[in-house]
Ligand binder design. Structure first.
Ligand SMILES: NC(=O)c1ccc[n+]([C@@H]2O[C@H](COP(=O)([O-])OP(=O)(O)OC[C@H]3O[C@@H](n4cnc5c(N)ncnc54)[C@H](O)[C@@H]3O)[C@@H](O)[C@H]2O)c1
Ligand SMILES: [Zn+2]
Length: 375
């Protein structure tokens, strides 16, 4: 088949392109090599067997050109950051998705499948349960005053008891920011336009994806990058809150497997699927996983993380995705977070400018000015 991958120079896109090419498909990439994701220009991993179109998914003419004579569209290009340029998220992620469906309709294209990349961020805080009230609750954002006083856990709005987080399924959504809102819009467009115009469409809600090629210059790449960079220089990483926040991590190869499954499984059409790791890690546990992997490269024992009581206002406390729906389609995650970190660490050690990367990461964090300190 002839397949378009928007964002095919990026982390998930490039791995997906490699797999599609290996499976014998004719692949085309549409990517604008966005900075700072591609701070150094065209990355060396862009598959030479794929056709490359330098263009912007916000630009209808670029998209039209890229969609000419294709059977399938993977829409993976996206703007992901923590900056307050709210309209940019909606424009790059939301409007581009509408343009894809608009072009299909205007040109009466025979598209066999559209796969859009959503994010676990859509679920926000996810669902919680309160034991005394024996009910499921959607918590609201934690108040600044609670965080200042190190009350990290969500408490029941009715009885005040500390609540337990639940594995959260696809039916729940509570987007907490512009990025999540734009991703929710992409999901809804895939469902609504897909069904209305009978264009088989699938939305995949990825948890935190890990592996090689994740941009070093993306504020979004989070804990894995910053912990790895610190340990690279034998420095102790900082954990926010008490390090007890729970997340699930999914390996890039498992994500590619889910992307391919969506292509070949009609039963997935017009549905949204969580693509998660299926195991919850506290951030402290995850830092320990990173320490163990980086330790292979050091003689001296690496330091324990520090927990100074700092926090980032607006962070979600827990986010763990229930993956039963995708499992029922025959997919299951095969790689652990240790596998993913090992791949990332090996890739980091293959770079020749790691000092610059750390400086860049620290400067961006400072500029964002989101870290706050408890009393
Ligand atoms: N990496 C994760 O942990 C994660 C988690 C959940 C969802 N996602 C989603 O998966 C998709 C891929 O993410 P990724 O981690 O590979 O990101 P990435 O930044 O590595 O790749 C995105 C690619 O899109 C390109 N791009 C950005 N804006 C563009 C534009 N306007 N026009 C054309 N190309 C543009 C970039 O140049 C880049 O090559 C995104 O939609 C993202 O929202 C990623
Ligand atoms: Zn209660």
């Amino acid at each position: 088949m002839k397949i378009l991958v928007t964002g095919g120079a990026g982390f998930i896109g490039s791995h997906t392109v490699d797999r599609l090419v290996a499976d014998g498909h004719q692949v085309r990439i549409l990517d604008c090599l966005k900075k700072p994701v591609h701070l150094k220009g065209m990355p060396p991993w862009v598959n030479p067997q794929a056709e490359f179109i330098l263009g912007d998914v916000r630009n209808k003419a670029d998209l039209q050109k890229a969609m000419t004579a294709v059977d399938v569209v993977y829409h993976l290009a996206a703007y992901q950051d923590y900056l307050p340029d709210l309209s940019n998220f909606i424009h790059t992620n939301g409007v581009s998705t509408a343009l894809i469906y608009e072009i299909i309709l205007e040109q009466n294209l025979d598209i066999k499948k559209v796969v859009v990349a959503s994010s676990q961020f859509v679920q926000g805080e996810g669902l919680y349960s309160c034991a005394p009230c024996s009910s499921a609750v959607t918590p609201v954002m934690r108040a600044e005053e609670d965080l200042l006083n190190r009350r990290w856990q969500h408490r029941c709005p009715d009885c005040g008891h500390t609540m337990d987080w639940l594995w959260t399924g696809e039916d729940h959504s509570a987007p907490p920011n512009a990025y999540a809102l734009s991703k929710k819009s992409q999901e809804q467009q895939a469902m609504i336009f897909g069904q209305r115009y009978q264009i088989p469409s699938v939305a995949l809600r990825y948890s935190i994806v890990q592996g090689a090629r994740q941009s070093f210059y993306n504020a979004y790449s989070g804990a894995c990058r910053i912990f790895c960079l610190n340990y690279y220089f034998a420095k102790a990483p900082t954990l926010y809150e008490d390090g007890g926040q729970c997340r699930d991590f999914v390996n890039i190869h498992d994500v590619v497997e889910a992307n391919i499954l969506a292509l070949n499984t009609p039963a997935m059409d017009y549905q949204t699927f969580n693509v998660g790791g299926g195991r919850a890690y506290t951030i402290a546990e995850f830092a320990e996983t990173v320490r163990a992997e980086v330790q292979r490269h050091h003689q001296q024992p690496l330091p324990e993380p520090v927990i100074p009581g700092a926090y980032r206002f607006g962070d979600t406390r827990n986010a763990c995705s229930k993956i039963d729906r995708l499992k029922s389609m025959g997919w299951t995650p095969k790689y652990s977070a240790s596998d993913s970190v090992a791949e990332y660490v090996d890739w980091l050690y293959a770079q020749d400018n790691v000092e610059d990367i750390l400086n860049y990461a620290e400067q961006t964090m400072k500029k964002l000015n989101v870290v706050r300190q408890t009393a």
